[in-house]
Design a binder for this molecule. Structure first.
Ligand code: GLN
Length: 488
C-alpha cells in the first residue's frame, strides 16, 4: 500500500478496495520500522491517526467522504496543531502545545486527512540540511548507509514521503525549503505564489517570504494538496483572493499543437553545476522542444545578487519575528537576576547557533547606521529582481531552471555557514519575487541519486507551473522509491 501515490490511494479508498484504517496502519508500521533511523518525525501521533482513520472510514461508509478522506499525511512541525506539541525544531518551543489550529492544518482536517505526526525541520526553518534541528537531523532514505541529507528546512517531510512514512506532507519555503529538499530526494515540491496559502498559525521566520506548500511523490498529488491548501484567509493580512482549483489529474499544456514559450535564465548559464545536472537539464529542455515548446533566453540581470539580498531581508524579518520568544509569553524561560537577565538567559539557552547568528545579522542590518546601506539596498535589489521577472514573462510563459547544483551530500559534509547559504542560489530569487516555483524530478545522476528542475511562473500561474512540471516528470520517468527502503 505504501507504494501507491496519493491519487492511487484515494481511488482504492473510494472503490472500497482498501480502508483508511488499513492504509494508516501500513504507514504507522513503516514509522515504527524506520522512523527512528530516518529521524523524520519530531512527534508521531499514532492514536490520533487511527482515530482520524476510523472517522474517515465511517464518513465514506455514510457516503460522506471528503476530498482527501483517509490520506495519511505528515505536517511540518512549524504549523500549530491544537493539543499537539509544535516545536519549530527549537528548544525554545520544546514543550509548546498550541491552543489553536493553523489555517493550513485545519484545511487538512476539513479535507478528511489522517495526521501521522509532525515532521522534523531546521530550527525555525533556518537551514538547508535540517541539521540545525534541536532534535537532530533527519536523513534521506536514498542510499541510507551513506547518511545523506534529506535537505532543509522541510527535510523531515521529504525524508518521510520519500521513505514511505507518509503519503504526502506539508512544507514551507522561505528561500527554497520546499524545493531543495524535494529535488534531492526525488520528490515534487511546490512553492506556490506568495499569498495563495495562508501563513496563519505557521511559526513565522520571514513573513514577506514564508510560503506553505505541498511535498508529494507526483505532480498530480501536489495539485490535490494545493487544491485544499490554497484559498483566501481573512485572518491573514497577506492572504490573497484566488480561484486555484485542482480536483483531478493535472492536464497537459503541450502537444496537439499547443503553443508555449519556455524561458531559460541566461545568468544561470555561468553558474557552476554538476555534469549530471547539466546533462539532465539539456535533455529535459530538448524534450520540451520536441513536444512543441519554444525555448527562449531570458535575462534576470540581478539574479545572482538574490542570495545577498535574501540573507539580509530574511534575518532582518526573523530578528523582528523571533523577538516574541523572551521567556515571558511563549516557550522556554530561564530565570535571571532581573528581567533583562531573564531575556538574555532564555534566548541564549533556547536558540541554537544558526538562529542566533541570523538574529545578530538581522538586528545589525536594521540598526540605524546600517539600515540604508544594507536593508534598503537589499529591498531595492528585491524590487529589481521582481521587475526583471515581470519583464521576462513578457517574452515567455514559464521559466525552467535547476533546483540545485548537484545531488544530496552527506550530512557531515562540514560546510561553513556561507557554503550552506550558497546552496540556495537557485531558489531564493523566486521567494523575493513572490512567484510560484515547483521542483520536479528530472532524472537520476550517475551516482543513482535524484536531481530536480524548477518550473517558475507568473504570480497566480500556479496551475500552469504544475502543468509544465508534469511534462518534465513524464519525460524524466524516474522511479522515485529509494531501493534500500521501499523493498524493491
Ligand atoms: N536555506 C534557506 C535558509 O536557510 C531557506 C530556508 C527556508 O526556505 N525556510 O534560510
Amino acid at each position: 500500500m505504501i507504494n501507491l501515490t496519493l491519487t492511487e490511494s484515494l481511488q482504492k479508498l473510494n472503490s472500497g478496495e482498501i480502508s483508511a484504517v488499513e492504509l494508516t496502519r501500513a504507514y504507522l508500521n513503516r514509522i515504527e520500522k524506520y522512523g527512528a533511523d530516518l529521524n523524520c518525525y519530531i512527534t508521531t501521533t499514532p492514536e490520533r491517526a487511527l482515530a482520524d482513520a476510523a472517522a474517515s472510514d465511517a464518513r465514506r461508509a455514510a457516503g460522506d467522504a471528503k476530498f482527501l478522506d483517509g490520506a495519511p499525511i505528515a505536517m511540518k512541525d512549524l504549523f500549530a496543531t491544537r493539543g499537539i506539541r509544535t516545536t519549530a525544531a527549537s528548544r525554545m518551543l520544546e514543550n509548546f502545545v498550541p491552543e489553536y489550529e493553523s489555517t493550513i492544518s485545519q484545511k487538512f482536517i476539513d479535507a478528511g486527512t489522517v495526521l501521522l505526526g509532525k515532521s522534523n525541520l531546521d530550527e525555525f526553518a533556518m537551514g538547508t540540511f535540517s541539521k540545525t534541528s534541536y532534535f537532530g537531523a533527519p536523513i534521506s532514505p536514498w542510499q541510507m548507509e551513506r547518511r545523506l541529507t534529506a535537505g532543509g528546512s522541510s527535510g523531515g517531510s521529504t525524508s518521510a514521503v520519500a521513505g514511505g512514512l507518509a503519503i504526502a506532507a506539508t512544507g514551507t519555503d522561505t528561500g527554497g525549503s520546499i524545493r531543495f529538499p524535494a529535488a534531492i530526494t526525488g520528490l515534487v515540491g511546490m512553492k506556490p505564489t506568495y499569498g495563495l496559502c495562508s501563513r496563519w498559525g505557521c511559526v513565522a521566520f520571514a513573513s514577506s517570504l514564508d510560503t506553505p506548500g505541498p511535498i508529494t511523490r507526483t505532480v498530480d498529488d501536489a495539485g490535490l494538496l494545493l487544491n485544499i491548501m490554497a484559498g483566501h484567509d481573512s485572518k491573514e493580512s497577506t492572504s490573497c483572493e484566488n480561484n486555484f482549483s485542482c480536483t483531478g489529474p493535472v492536464q497537459p499544456i503541450l502537444g496537439d499543437g499547443k503553443k508555449l514559450r519556455v524561458g531559460v535564465i541566461q545568468e544561470f548559464a555561468n553558474v557552476e553545476i554538476s555534469d549530471d545536472m547539466k546533462t539532465l537539464f539539456e535533455k529535459r529542455i530538448s524534450d520540451l522542444k520536441s513536444m512543441g515548446a519554444e525555448i527562449v533566453e531570458v535575462s534576470i540581470p540581478n539574479i545572482l545578487d538574490a542570495l545577498a539580498a535574501y540573507y539580509i531581508i530574511a534575518p532582518a524579518e526573523a530578528s523582528s519575528n523571533l523577538s516574541r520568544y523572551d521567556g515571558m509569553r511563549y516557550g522556554l524561560r530561564v530565570e535571571g537576576n532581573d528581567i533583562y537577565d531573564t531575556f538574555r538567559k532564555t534566548r541564549a539557552a533556547g536558540f541554537g547557533d544558526e538562529v542566533q547568528r541570523r538574529l545578530i545579522v538581522g538586528t545589525a542590518v536594521l540598526s540605524s547606521e546600517s539600515y540604508d546601506v544594507y536593508f534598503m539596498q537589499a529591498a531595492r535589489v528585491r524590487r529589481m529582481i521582481a521587475d526583471s521577472f515581470d519583464a521576462a514573462f513578457k517574452q515567455c510563459d514559464l521559466i525552467v531552471c535547476p533546483s540545485s547544483a548537484g545531488t544530496a551530500m552527506p550530512l557531515d559534509s562540514g560546510l561553513t555557514p556561507l557554503e550552506f547559504y550558497a546552496l540556495d542560489l537557485f531558489t531564493v530569487a523566486m521567494n523575493l519575487a513572490g512567484i510560484p516555483a515547483c521542483s520536479v524530478p528530472c532524472g537520476l545522476a550517475q551516482n543513482g541519486l535524484p536531481l530536480g528542475l524548477q518550473v517558475v511562473g507568473r504570480r497566480f500561474d500556479d496551475m500552469r507551473v504544475l502543468q509544465l512540471a508534469k511534462h518534465i516528470e513524464t519525460a524524466a520517468n524516474i522511479d522515485n522509491r529509494p531501493t534500500t527502503i521501499m523493498g524493491k
